[in-house]
Design a protein around this ligand. Structure first.
Ligand code: FAD
Length: 567
């Protein structure tokens, strides 16, 4: 008897097959700008469907290991990573996924929209990166911090070129050492202390509990300058060289030995992000240089980095959702059930169509955050800065949750095969679950949104975007315009009422609900803007998104009918 073996289609080109990504680039970059980006995007897409897929599988199958001692008993704390992880590292540099927005020729070609091109690169790269997207995000955050006028020019010149190098032989990434065991969200309890040394450098002592990219050449660590007092505001960012090669305190040590005072206690055994080395790291009088004046409260400076990593998190969520959708759709085309292709089942089509609406919304939200970030960095646009203040946490929290719910559906859409490791499908779910946790959980970000609304008037730019989108929606669909107008009015009332007593228990209890409603309304507006520019898929996605997330209606019937336009 012949044994049935399910044929699996080769992965589609993620750039050529993503109509929403392409039209988004056409709108934000203009035809000439998009044409200028096409070579880069096509090259990366070709790598993603070939060598990087294989590198991803290799990196997942061979997680990092910590070698604490050499043969003679010397402490070496070496983190060994797989060939796949190294291939991902090289690809990230070669394709400029960190560097692009800092490169003078990219800024010359695309101006502020260099960040839009970078988002497109991340959208393609992230899902097959074995979560190398995490070191990429932190390297970008460190590069942004080093680029700020606060950073010492000597420190910038020594480190920034390495972070934004496109040569795999010289490119480095960065870690970000913030979380301590007594407090990740509650940074006010941080106990790592910084002491000035005679030569103007500093020494850090403390314990860091979650340090991803623990093999990176440097980290940005938060520490409390000695005598600075309590609370989180005074915490200051410091650059810590990870290896002896970059530490002036290391005399006669091998270049790849840990910098004196930096000890890797152990690697975390995690649910997902398995290829990514995440360590517990001890600091004992470790050499560090301040990023900005440590005498000036530094948490605000560190936010430059955090905003960047939050928008990267949104990109990772949206990119993963889009790739999961592509896999599930391709599988449905070849898998047969009840006498026909799974893709012809109205019920399965409705499931995939609903996921496609969520993927489109997440993409627009992440894309908008990158567009704003570019405008802040190039031209110091104050309106963009005011909007980014609230869009960064909103994009991160809303896409993180959508990524988890979508990934669960993608796994289910493969049936039993989706639960089997070597199909590569389970990692979609494992790797999605970190997205709502790190860089601020949903609730922690919801409180940040509440602070932005009540202390910084961040509702103003958001409500004005919603009002403009209502006008744009009117000629497309009066129902859509009315839905968005009603949501905006309700949000305006809620923002006014929470501002009266932001600390009231009922206000705090409702912070997550408010943040999500804001994110859903903003996403509708962003899809409407793209639809008004002339994108048919965005128009459909806007209508279905508004029904699903603003009116809480079941969109199965339309999702089934229009699946082919949605993905
Ligand atoms: C895979 C992975 C990689 C990571 N990499 C890094 C890294 O490289 N660098 C780094 O610094 N950190 C890293 N982290 C740590 C991560 O940022 C923290 O775990 C996260 O910020 C949450 O902090 P916590 O673990 O202390 O949880 P807690 O802050 O204790 O949170 C526990 C629960 O309390 C809730 N909570 C907290 N505060 C409030 C509040 N005020 N009101 C209501 N609810 C609240 C949270 O929502 C959560 O549900 C990583 C985490 C993971 C899982």
């Amino acid at each position: 008897m012949n044994r049935f073996v399910q044929p699996i289609p080769p992965p589609a080109d993620p750039y050529a097959s993503d109509a929403l990504l392409r039209s988004w680039l056409e709108r934000h970059l203009g035809p000439a700008g998009h044409a200028a980006a096409k070579g880069r995007l096509a090259d990366l897409a070709a790598d993603v469907t070939g060598p990087l897929r294989a590198a991803h599988a290799d990196a997942e199958a061979h997680p990092p290991t910590l070698v604490r001692y050499d043969a003679w008993g010397a402490r070496i704390d070496r983190i060994d990573t797989s060939a796949g992880w190294q291939a991902q590292r090289a690809a990230a540099a070669r394709h400029a996924v960190v560097a692009l927005p800092y490169l003078p020729d990219a800024r010359g070609t695309w101006g502020a929209a260099a960040r839009v091109v970078q988002h497109a690169l991340l959208h393609l790269y992230g899902p097959e990166s074995a979560t190398f997207s995490c070191p990429v995000a932190m390297a970008d955050g460190a590069a942004a911090l080093l680029s700020s006028p606060d950073a010492d020019a000597g420190v910038r010149d020594a480190w920034l070129p390495r972070l934004i190098s496109t040569d795999p032989a010289t490119a480095i990434t960065s870690g970000q050492w913030m979380t301590e065991s007594q407090g990740g969200s509650d940074l006010g309890r941080s106990s790592t202390v910084g002491r000035p040394a005679a030569d103007g450098s500093w020494r850090l002592t403390g314990e860091k509990w979650f340090c991803s990219a623990a093999d990176a050449a440097m980290a940005v660590a938060l520490a409390r300058p000695e005598g600075a007092g309590r609370g989180s505001r005074v915490l200051a960012p410091f650059l810590v060289p990870r290896y002896a090669a970059d530490s002036p305190l290391a005399v006669g040590a091998a270049a790849d030995a840990p910098a004196p005072g930096v000890t890797v206690h152990r690697l975390k055994d995690k649910l997902g992000t398995r290829a990514l080395p995440t360590a517990e790291i001890g600091l004992h009088d470790a050499y560090a240089v301040p990023l900005g004046d440590p005498a000036v409260p530094g948490l605000v400076r560190a936010m430059t980095l955090v905003v960047v990593t939050r928008v990267h998190n949104a990109a990772a969520a949206a990119g993963g959702m889009r790739r999961g959708l592509a896999y599930a759709r391709a599988y449905a085309d070849v898998r047969h059930v009840a006498g026909g292709a799974l893709a012809s089942s109205p019920l399965h089509r409705a499931t995939l169509g609903t996921l496609a609406v969520d993927a489109a919304g997440a993409f627009a939200l992440a894309g908008h955050a990158f567009a704003l970030l570019g405008r802040v960095e190039v031209g110091a646009d104050p309106e963009a800065a005011a909007e980014l203040r609230i869009v960064a946490p909103l994009a991160k929290l809303a896409t993180g949750r959508l990524a988890v719910s979508s990934a669960s559906e993608y796994v289910e859409s493969f049936g039993g095969a989706g639960y089997v490791e070597d199909t590569g499908v389970p990692r979609l779910l494992r790797d999605a679950q970190v997205l709502p946790i790190w860089e601020g959980t949903t609730n922690v970000l919801a409180l940040d949104v509440l602070r932005a609304l009540t202390r910084e008037d961040a509702g103003v730019p958001l409500l004005s975007r919603l009002a403009a989108a209502v006008d744009l929606a009117r000629p497309l669909s009066p129902v859509l315009a009315d839905t968005l107008a009603a949501a905006a009015a309700q949000l305006g009332d809620t923002i006014a009422s929470v501002t009266v007593d932001p600390g009231a228990p009922t206000v705090l209890a409702g912070a997550r609900g408010l943040a999500l409603r804001l994110a859903y309304a903003l996403t509708t507006a962003l899809l409407v803007e793209h639809a008004a520019w002339g994108d048919e898929q965005a128009e459909l996605a806007a209508r279905l998104w508004a029904r699903r997330w603003l009116r809480r209606e079941d969109i199965a019937e339309d999702a089934h009918h229009h699946l082919d336009l949605l993905c």
